[in-house]
Design a binder for this molecule. Structure first.
Ligand code: TYD
Length: 131
């Protein structure tokens, strides 16, 4: 299920800021790859695909953006704007990333190496895969 994962935050007692740490056991899969999106114009959409097997977690390391998630029946828009909250997206979910704020950085922590054959990039193909 799509859900938020709270990332532990260590606030410095002397006001030197925050530190968040992602230990491998807080994610429900083995991490194989990390990538990040940045310098995304506010009128651009990223994503626009589903994965057959890949699972991933998205974090707004800086700034904010919206994630549209769609399981083929319901479509929900979630705003990511906290560096200590990860959005877990299981396999078989259509996602679109939009409304990037200036300076937004989207970190993706994913369960597999890059395989184009794991992508469904056509929405109708995605719906067909659900029926
Ligand atoms: P794409 O999946 O279209 O980006 P998004 O869904 O975020 O809009 O990827 C953009 C390009 O980058 C595409 O040519 C594939 C390439 N790419 C890699 O080579 N390795 C990777 O790990 C990723 C995520 C993308």
């Amino acid at each position: 299920d799509i859900h938020f994962i709270e990332i532990p935050k260590i606030s410095d007692p002397d006001g030197r800021g925050n530190l968040s740490v992602i230990e491998k056991n807080i994610l429900p899969y083995k991490v194989e790859r990390i990538y990040y999106l940045y310098d995304v114009p506010s009128d651009s959409t990223r994503g626009g695909h589903a994965h057959i097997q890949l699972q991933q977690s998205l974090i707004a390391l800086s700034g904010s953006f919206d994630v549209v998630v769609d399981d083929g029946k319901n479509r929900t828009i979630l705003t990511l704007n906290k560096p200590n909250k990860a959005l877990y997206i299981p396999k078989g979910i259509w996602r679109e990333l939009e409304n990037f704020s200036s300076g937004a950085v989207c970190l993706a922590i994913v369960s597999d190496i890059y395989k184009e054959e794991d992508y469904i990039r056509d929405y109708q193909d995605f719906l067909n895969s659900k029926s």
